[in-house]
Design a protein around this ligand. Sequence first.
Ligand code: ATP
Length: 232
Amino acid sequence: MIEVSGLRKAFGTHEVVHDVSLNLRPGTLHGLVGANGAGKTTLLHCLYGLHHDYQGTVRETTGLSIRPCTGLLPYEPYFYPRLTGREYLEFTLQARGRALVDFEGWNQLLELPLDQYAEEYSAGMKKKLALLALLVQPFRYLILDEPFNGLELNTNLLLMEILRRLRGQGTGILLTSHLLGSLTELCDELTVLADGTVRRRYQAAEFGQVQADLLDGFYQNKLAQVHRLLPL
Ligand SMILES: Nc1ncnc2c1ncn2[C@@H]1O[C@H](COP(=O)(O)OP(=O)(O)OP(=O)(O)O)[C@@H](O)[C@H]1O
């Protein structure tokens, strides 16, 4: 299991993650929700080791080093210029010292033009390529930052089934999304972040309360403001 304990992360003097603790267990789907700027991406980057200058601990409890057994889907995947989709996939395998595999089975699902330059893909195609690079190799953990964002409806439904299957095979998956319905349909556990702290955790049996907790007070205040700005 990946265990995060007492995590604090600042950019300069601005602390954006304050004393966050959470666990990611193998064979579970753990959703992370929170407003824009709540600290979700920063937390994921600390877990994956993209930030090292944090306080607290992030560890795999069996002693594994996290990065080699974990795949990260970044919020905005970046691709080197003049690299085709296929070359990018080959590069990601080689970078981890893995043998090349046949991509076609997975690409029958995502239907990418693998021989075109990845930098020329649409935003949704780039997201699919970054996902494909994770799906063609085995990982004990996956960290997915907004995996559904920008994907067409069919692919989102496929992705949900793929994530359920990976969970069934024992993968521990931590994902962020602003699509609450997708998270409550998919996840075993939700953590709500607000202003860099854990506001509340929910187990699946409690998911019915999440929408009311997250939205009702916020939405009623904003709705009153809309009515003030646009009186009928
Ligand atoms: N490189 C950086 N330098 C300075 N501040 C940063 C940096 N990255 C993030 N922040 C700040 O950290 C806070 C948390 O940002 P973060 O991207 O983690 O939020 P988020 O919850 O993922 O938001 P969103 O839902 O909009 O993606 C924000 O106030 C943001 O401005």
